[in-house]
Design a binder for this molecule. Sequence first.
Ligand code: NOJ
Length: 550
Amino acid sequence: MGLEDKWHKNETIYSMDVETFYDSDGDGVGDFQGLIDRLGYLSRLGVSCIWLLPFYETPNLDNGYDIADYYQVDSRLGTLGDFVEFTHEARARGIRVIIDMVVNHTSDQHPWFQAARRDPDSPYRDYYVWTDEPAQAPDKDTFFPGEEEDVWNYDEVAEAYYYHRFYRFQPDLNLRNPDVREEIRKILGFWLELGVSGFRVDAATLMIDQKGDLPPLEEPHSVLKEMKSFVRSREGDAVLLAEADDAPDELEAYFGEDGNEMDLLLNFVLNAHLTHALAREEASPLVAGLERLPDVSGTGQWANFLRNYDELNVGRLSGGARAEVFETFGPEERMRIYGRGLRRRLAPMLEGDPDRIELAYSLLFALPGTPIIVSGDEIGMGEDLSLPGRNAVRTPLHWSDDPNAGFSNGDPDDLVRGIIDEGPFSYEHVNVAAQRAEQNSLLDRMSRLIGTRKECPSLGWGAHTVLATDSDSVFANRYDWEENTVVTVHNLAADTATVPLDLGDPDDPLHRLVGAGEHTRRDDGRVAVELGGYEYCWLRVGAEHATRHW
Ligand code: NOJ
């Protein structure tokens, strides 16, 4: 694969759920037609890749991560025809689509599971993981403490226990079974034909983990490698983005060798450290996070994010760091979940301050990897803590201050989830229409950042270095690629800070690409960058005319 095929290195990914984006037919649920209608918004925002959360036929007990038919669109959202119209329209605007692929488990309503539980001799029995007698103290924990107690559930019809790492209605698939792996290939092939550019592989870590009493896979990573080689054989530049929330020293293995496994890995380690840095308003936790990560520059790419539709998981931080994050960003018990996470949006964590939110996103965009924005963060939406669990961060997008926030013209009682209509994050204050009309709104600033990231391919391709600064609150880094050098400097705290930076040849001109502050050459050749509270800047080092902008 040539450099030019690795499109995912320089895209900004917008992660979204069809059901909460835009409702075109007034039934209260967002749908594919609504998404098609509002593609212009995403185009203007500048995102070049959409990651769609699960939209398949589902009992919908885990926001669609419980799939009952991999070949059908949830009828609330539209039809397969609407889906194809959508990928077509997105492509026409230069926007790629990657879709969630949940094949660690199915819904218990999936016909495979229904056949498996009814008949021990069914070929589907071995699609799942069974035991007559589970160990008293299984060595694996449920992922949802407080909501589930065990990883085994007794099925009366099967007269056996089945294994599930998530909810009991999500039986784990047996990935040792070659027939299951064949099914997965078929599903991937189907959606590639319908125009997608890749998949977000749900629960990749668990897919390759030992399941229940089954022997471990002989070569666990072969499951993921098979997926990659199949996808590549069908669509050369399609990518796999894995959810691998694994220990830092296990992460490099997911990239395989020479691009034969995952292309992108959701960067949970950096997410937790970045959050800690924002909480402390200091750069050191971020630097520590970068140091914990393996160097994958030759093999793969991180997918960096600030928030997603799940809990903000700080479980991989040390106890002290976790406590600091909870104290700053989750002071109330109801803001926390599973003992490891926050069920909050970014904007309220940063007190709705557009400067701090912009700073946080600029920092995200400046870190080595592909940035992901979760829908709603581009306008600084808040959470609804009255909703259960992770639904707090899954409310419909605020389009305007019209009824139902312009999301739907249906009956408010029919909405898929209520609109945030109280407090500073109410739809009357935070919405797309108001921010579209206002210069320098958060939406405007996000769009500028996305554009700048696109203009700087050296961030995707270049060698990354963290620059030493003598200020606790300032994080500075640089990227070098061919004749391009980009330096970014971020002040995480409220007080003004000035940092002298050694940027090499004192004759090199400097151009500000985005951000604020002042930069001046000192007599000693170093560059002093002065940033006000929560300010940042990105500088291009070197002659402008010598630079390739593409
Ligand atoms: C990860 C998803 O992000 C989460 O929402 C879901 O509950 C689990 N996987 C199970 O599929």
